[in-house]
Design a protein around this ligand. Structure first.
Ligand code: GAP
Length: 473
């Protein structure tokens, strides 16, 4: 298992991911995708979009980020989308009360105070009210990790939605929120999609888009950020059928990650014991990151919670009319909700490898290689002349220009060819084409595969189909 710092460092050095507004010292919880990162991000979204919407029963939408503020009252986010926060009066540091207690349990365990740790853990699991957190912090004399003092404020709920204003007047009447999930853009469009697409239940609506949460503890690179992207799909089913569809979507979504090469030994399902306010069944797909297990996608059975509430708050019917069976009902919903940015990080961690590899001279050296699935790797092919003379650069550049019309490609002439292979391995490029002396005689080139490092000799005219076959297009 490699350290997260190693992956962050590669991501920055090779242009995958930069800190947001780095020249000003950065903005916590926000990241920018560089030239390679954006390619990988787009590839991942394309894979999801194809898997989820290139089928008969799912339609796509792209809803606005700013929505009518009543949306968030109906969804429960205004009243319930909050974390319990506590401030230390000396350090002025703010903490999530549950995290503060959890970290204290960890410290007790490290000091072998197992009985006390177990007792506190049990009490934490039984917390009902905000004051329960406060009482535990006082009872166990939990200190501020920064100042070491125990002068705490009471525990308050802190809503995670970012607020802003529409129009020129900054008053209560003009408050809107940056959406904390893309799902509500789907629910409010339920009738629009139903009538325009003429879908029949069961059917789904899919969307990829940004979401924003004023997370208190942003941490672990792309794992918990304040601005991130989600890929969500709401599947509308007849009430009573939700269990079968829940199982179906669990399997589909698990297989999507497998299909893109994720290591199943680093994946697991984690069933929710504490359910979100809208769910009657929920499970996470978790990935084993360098810092431990973390959710990459949730599959939730949301009942008719959202549509029913939108019906009540908007006064518009959110029903499905089944003309065949002469029934009308508010559909139940199975949601698949993945983070694009979080799963990109999981794929990066999963692909990272350091291994011994032979150099051109036969000696062994360490190579860093991103074993990314061929369809999500930022570049598909790199083209090199073996040496920069004898007409090889001209031919190589022509091949590059042709391939670049079909695939994301790179042309590289600098340094020994072995170095160039290593540079491409490190960013996960699946194929490297090299023009050598023989190419000028018989129009063939070598094409090297990243993981096996084996080379084939292929006619230049066959390159496109050779690559297409191997990336499954
Ligand atoms: N519509 C349901 C929903 O939003 P969620 O479990 O809160 O459910 C779904 O979020 C997914 O969105 C998570 O599995 C994760 O991949 C991603 N996600 C949530 N909060 C995030 C954050 N602060 N930073 C990055 N990704 C996040």
């Amino acid at each position: 298992m490699y350290k997260l710092e190693t992956i962050i460092s590669l991501a920055k050095r090779r242009g995958f991911i930069f800190q947001s507004s780095e020249i000003y010292g950065g903005l916590n919880g926000c990241w920018d995708f560089g030239p390679l990162g954006v390619e990988m991000l787009r590839n991942l979204k394309e894979e999801w979009w194809r898997a989820m919407t290139y089928r008969d029963d799912i339609e796509g939408v792209d809803a606005s980020i700013l929505m009518h503020p009543r949306t968030w009252e109906a969804s429960g986010h205004v009243s319930q989308f909050s974390d319990p926060m506590i401030d230390n009066k000396t350090s002025k540091a703010r903490y999530r009360a549950d995290n503060l207690i959890e970290e204290h349990i960890e410290r007790l365990r490290k000091k072998n105070k197992t009985i006390q740790a177990d007792e506190l853990e049990n009490k934490l699991n039984d917390v009902v009210e905000l004051t329960d957190y406060f009482n535990l912090i006082i009872e166990y004399e939990i200190p501020d990790p920064v100042s070491g003092t125990k002068d705490w404020t009471e525990v308050r709920n802190f809503n995670l939605m970012f607020k802003t204003f529409v129009g020129p007047v900054e008053d209560n009447g003009s408050v809107v929120y940056l959406r904390p999930e893309s799902a509500q853009g789907i629910f409010v469009n339920f009738n629009n999609v139903l009538t325009t697409s003429r879908q029949k239940i069961p059917f789904g609506i899919a969307q990829i888009g940004k979401a924003f949460r004023n997370e208190i503890n942003t941490k672990n690179f792309l794992f918990r950020t304040r601005e991130f992207e989600q890929m969500e799909m709401q599947y509308f089913v007849k009430p009573g059928n939700e269990k079968d569809w829940y199982e179906y979507w669990k399997e589909q979504r698990w297989n999507w990650y497998l299909g893109l090469g994720m290591n199943p030994e680093k994946m697991k399902f984690k069933v929710h014991e504490k359910l979100a306010h809208y769910a009657n069944m929920a499970v996470d797909i978790e990935y084993l990151f360098p810092f431990g297990w973390g959710e990459i996608e949730g599959i939730h059975s949301r009942t008719d919670f959202d549509l029913r509430n939108h019906q009540e708050f908007s006064g518009k019917k959110m029903e499905y009319v089944d003309t065949v069976n002469n029934e009308r009902y508010i559909p139940y919903v199975i949601e698949t909700s993945g983070g694009v940015t979080r799963s990109l990080m999981a794929f990066l961690c999963d692909a990272y490898n350091e291994e011994d590899a032979p150099t051109e001279s036969g000696a062994m050296e360490k190579r860093t290689v991103l074993k990314l699935h061929k369809r999500i790797a930022p570049l598909t092919v790199a083209v090199f002349p073996l040496v920069n003379k004898d007409g090889m650069p001209e031919l190589a550049e022509n091949i590059y220009k042709e391939l670049h019309k079909k695939f994301k490609a790179q042309y590289d002439t600098s340094g020994a060819v072995g170095r160039r292979y290593r540079r491409q391995d490190e960013i996960g490029t699946p194929f490297c084409v090299t023009v050598d002396g023989q190419s000028l005689e018989d129009n063939t080139v070598t094409i090297r595969e990243r993981d096996t490092m084996l080379q084939d000799r292929v006619n230049i005219s066959q390159l496109e189909s050779y690559i297409n076959e191997r990336i499954g297009q």
